[in-house]
Every structure is written in C-alpha cells, then in structure tokens.
Design a protein around this ligand. Structure first.
Ligand SMILES: [Zn+2]
Length: 76
C-alpha cells in the first residue's frame, strides 16, 4: 500500500519531466483524478492524470498542506 500524496492547489512541484520550454517547475491549478499544472517558466498549463503526476514528481518545492500558508484544519 502506498500513501496517496497530499497535493493541493497552489503547490509548486519539480517534475522529472520537463516542459518543451525547458521548465521543470509546475504549479498545481486543479486537483482530482486529473490534475492541471502550470509551467512556471512559460505559463502554459497542461492536464495530467494523478497517477502520472505522482510518478513524475521529483520534489515538492512548496506545499499548501505544510506549515507555509496551511489552510485551517477542521475535524469532520
Ligand atoms: Zn513551459
């Protein structure tokens, strides 16, 4: 069992796969079964499946789920 990665809108990711423009850093614009990520270098956004994206992540540079700008936690 592998833990699903916690990814949030606004996260900055460094992927193994680079955009044709050469950028390797991406911002998460939309989460779900499919993610939309924006290339930080040229500003283009692409759709990518969660499975594929998780495999491509080299490093999470900024996580909205971390200490930085963490959303308020609520017990549900
Ligand atoms: Zn690009």
């Amino acid at each position: 069992m592998t833990m699903p990665m916690k990814l949030y809108v606004g996260d900055i990711l460094r992927l193994k796969k680079t955009h044709p423009c050469g950028g390797a850093e991406w911002e998460v614009l939309r989460t779900g079964m499919d993610f939309r990520v924006k290339c930080l270098k040229c500003g283009h956004s692409v759709m990518i499946s969660r499975v594929k994206l998780e495999k491509d992540i080299k490093k999470v540079l900024k996580s909205m789920g971390g200490d930085v700008a963490a959303p308020p936690e609520q017990d549900q």
